[in-house]
Unconditional design. Structure first.
Length: 265
């Protein structure tokens, strides 16, 4: 797995797979590139996929410094694209990866071809935050209880009953505590509301209808704030809709990314 070097010297590990136009896939908070493992082959069949380990995860460096903000992580992504010699890519960001993708498209517009924002939010104070019951369950001091709560927020009971795992969306278990705190702070402090109207890339906003982890109400907020954006709701989908409902979610995303320029808005 090659690695790029961030502006502060941190090593950023990434992986290329497939062929065709480049597609950058951005994972959620506290997760590495394995977030995309269950669906990566589907995208690699149509694109040259780029997946990376956020700083603090996987094979990337884990500095205990104030360099984990979503705009900082967007600059890390640019360093990866530079190292991979990719001038311009489609971008599909989910959860915190979607927050990073917003800054990437707004602040580094020449690097983004078409943009997909999945199960994400514009951030506080304009976004819709998860409810207090969800927060309490995730913060339970018993790790088994908090893990079960997170699993239920990601997938439906019917899915987990027939798919015993491993589940790639529950976080990198090797992350140090300082990196987990910094990832959490990055998501909590994200606020791209004023930047969203600057996004010029054709944009598709995707969300599961049953997502309580990042409430579905954020989808119309994003779509309404980004010029010309379209939205796609996945019935029954929770936060990991892209995995559990891959048959419903992946084809329209691929079609959107492959559409002719005059048909994507």
């Amino acid at each position: 797995m090659p690695h790029a070097q961030a502006a502060d010297g941190a090593a950023l590990h990434y992986q290329l797979r497939g062929s065709g136009a480049p597609l950058l896939l951005l994972a959620g908070q506290s997760n590495d590139h394995r977030w995309w493992d269950p669906v990566l082959d589907r995208f690699a069949a149509a694109f040259t996929t780029v997946v990376l380990d956020w700083r603090g995860t996987g094979g990337s460096d884990r500095p205990d410094t104030d360099t984990y903000g979503t705009a900082d992580l967007a600059r890390d992504v640019v360093a990866v694209l530079d190292h991979a010699d990719i001038d311009r890519a489609h971008v599909y960001g989910t959860s915190m990866g979607g927050r990073v993708a917003q800054w990437l498209a707004a602040d580094h517009a020449p690097r983004v071809d078409r943009l997909v924002l999945g199960c994400t939010s514009p951030g506080a104070p304009h976004g819709v935050e998860r409810g207090p019951a969800v927060r309490a369950a995730l913060a339970d001091p018993d790790p088994e209880v908090s893990r079960a709560a997170l699993l239920a927020l990601m997938y439906t009971p019917a899915y987990t009953a027939t798919h015993p795992g491993p589940y790639r969306t529950l976080g990198d278990p090797a992350m140090p505590a300082h990196a987990r705190r910094r990832h959490l702070r990055a998501s909590a402090r994200h606020d791209a509301w004023d930047a969203l109207p600057r996004i010029a890339a054709p944009t598709l906003v995707v969300h599961g209808t049953d997502d309580a982890f990042n409430p579905t109400a954020n989808a119309p907020l994003l779509a309404g704030r980004i010029p010309g954006a379209r939205s796609l709701l996945i019935p029954g989908g929770r936060h990991a809709y892209f995995e559990e409902f891959a048959d419903e979610a992946t084809p329209p995303v691929v079609d959107f990314l492959n559409a002719a320029p005059d048909t994507v808005r």
